[in-house]
Structures are given as structure tokens and as C-alpha cells.
Design a protein around this ligand. Sequence first.
Ligand SMILES: *Cc1c(COP(=O)(O)O)cnc(C)c1O
Length: 413
Amino acid sequence: MPTNEGAFSASKPRPNSATRVPPPGRVHRGSRVTRVNAPERAAVIDLEAIRHNVRRLVQVASPAAVMAVVKADAYGHGALPVARAALEAGAAWLGVAHIEEALPLRAAALTAPLLAWLHTPDSDFGAAIAANVDLGCSGWELPRIVAAADLLGRTARIHLKIDTGLGRNGCTLTELPALLADVARHEAAGQIEVVGIFSHLAVADEPERPETDAQLATFLAAVELAHAAGVHPSIRHLANSPATLTRPDIHLDLVRTGLALYGLSPLAGRTPASLGLRPAMTLVTQIAHCKEVPADQGVSYGLNYRTPTATTLALVPLGYADGIPRIATGGPVRVNGVTYPVVGRIAMDQMVIDLGEAGLVSGGHSLLGAEAVLFGPGDGGEASVDEWAAAASTINYEVVTRISPRVPRVYRG
Ligand SMILES: *Cc1c(COP(=O)(O)O)cnc(C)c1O
């Protein structure tokens, strides 16, 4: 586990690990092994970066409050540590998709307002109400939420979810008057309290598109309908990360930020730094094998890559079971101050980089055990999550969220 900044910068030779005599054959001739205090395999999460990002978002969103969206294990960063850091730094709310993601936060004694918005008929509304978890409600959930509240003798806190154009969850404007009549009746009976009303944006990451304004107009019409029906949710929320960063006019009472919390940019062509954000996750491992091979050596399943010259190959012990997309051949790996593309297929557990002829001579020693960084904040020259997203034809959200539980999370800050 890294304990200081040095763990991510210059390599520190560890002569005591260099005494092993390399076996003959294809193992690298050099006997000196470069080691750093890199974790074997880790997603290192910088909680100070999370706090920094939250402070930034609180400043941007003010006077609206900030909900830290920690669904999907905080986009792969670890829900509990991230939730704690976010609340410390000024987030007022927590948000998750599923009730099952909310309950562990309550079990860990986090008492901040907490919303879960994606349910099925089998969702445990009773457990949510008992744990004081607010529930998104598109309509069909209402009788089940009311029944669960009745059973507990408690008042369920709900947020009406409006479909303003995304076409997923939410009540349409056409269905809304009928839902509001039921909502008003159950609220009068003390079975529910309508705390909020919200919707989700479809194209906020493309600020030039007109649909966001149309969604806003539909949302405000829904709020009007609610008031007309005697339902007065005090918290209106619509903005996700991109809208928080680009549309101060639609922050309303609360913004729901996920990606930006983790220091990643939701906007094409905008770096995190240009948005005042710091990427929180560094994916790091150690070189697991390093050896010389002749020209025309095939590499990994399918032998899709053949070494153009005699060269040195280094094995990186992360693969698709760790959440590295198999399609991401060519993705950048930083070793000893140089960035190498992954060559050949990414396998379940491992992938290979070609150190090139320079690898043979550079320092004249094996890189076995050397720190290998796939992505991070960039202060060590390593690649960004966005570069891995490009290599995998996907988005930064997916890259960090898919880092699997097999990769230990290590916390700093
Ligand atoms: C995931 C999610 C968010 C957060 O979106 P980001 O773009 O990551 O900020 C906000 N609201 C809802 C309903 C979501 O599902």
C-alpha cells in the first residue's frame, strides 16, 4: 500500500530483490530488478481528490445543494469511503440507483438524506422506509410504497420522478394528473411525504443541443401541475454532472453529480483540469514478467501481434476479469517514465506491452516488479481514463465503473 507521494513517482531500486539468478533462456539477461513500492494490483482512490471535487461542485452549484451520486459502488471507487469523503466536503445528499445500494450506507451510520430511484416490484420498500431512505416514484411504485409504509406505521419520503424526454423511468405529463391525485390523497393521510420532484437529462453532455431546454420546460410544467394538485415538493432536481457544469440556470434546488465527483469530465473536449476537477482513481500494478524475445514472436491469444524486431516484452497482470475492456488493445501503460501501448489481445488476467529495443538496453535491467500505471490523474505522466475509454470505444464512466472487485481498492488522503 502506498504511503507517500514517492510511491507514484521515481522508481526506487530494491537491491535485496535483485539477488535471484535469472534462469537461462528467454528471461531477461539483466539481473538487477527495478522495484518501487507499487501495490501488486490496485485501484488507488485519492479521497482528497474526491473532497476537492465536491468542494468545487458545491461552489459551482451554490445556492443549490449537491447530491453525491454513489451508485455502482461509487462508480467503482468504493461507496462508503467516497460517501464519507463527499459528506465531509459539503455534499448534502447521497444518491444511488437501488435500495440495496442505499441500505449499506445507512448500516454504516451515514444519516444524510439518501435517495434511491430505480425499483422493481420485488424491491424492499419496507426496508428503505425503515432506514429512512427516500424513494423515487414514477407511479407504479406508489401503492407498494404506501402498503409498506402502512405496515411499518411510518411515513415514506418520496420524490416524484418525471419523464421529461429521456424515455426511461418517470411519469409522463399525460399520466401525471392521475398520479398526483393519488399522491395528494396519500400525503393527506400521512402515508407519504412528497419531498422532491425530479427528472433526468438525456443530452446534457452536448450543451449545444436544444432538447435540454425542452426537458426543462416539461419539468417546470410538471412542477406546476403538482402545485395545482396541492402537492408541494420542496426539492426540485434535474441536473447531472454535465448540466451542473454548463447550465447554472437549471441547478434548481439540488444537483445530482456522479462523474464529476470522481474528477472525470462529462464533456467531450474538456479536460478535468479545465473544469477544476481532479481524477480520483489511479489503476496501478507491477510488471509480472519481463523477457527478451526474437523478432516475429506472436503475442497473446490469436497471435494477432508479432514483434517487429527482437525486443523485450513485459507482462501486465490486469485483464478483462479486472474490468479492462478486452477490446482495448493499444491502451496506454506507463512504466518507468515511458508509455507503451498494449499489444495483442487483452486476456482474462493479463496483457502485454512491447518495451521495444530500448527496453533491452534501457538501464540494462529487467522491469520485473516495476510499477505499471494504466491511468491516473496524470501528474506522473500516466494516461487518463479518457485515453482508455478511447482505446475501448466507450466513455470514461464505463472504464472506472467496470474495474472489478478483484482489484483491491486502496485509499489515500
Ligand atoms: C447516474 C445518475 C446521475 C449522475 O449522473 P452523472 O452524469 O454521473 O453526474 C444523476 N441522476 C440520475 C437519475 C442518475 O441515474
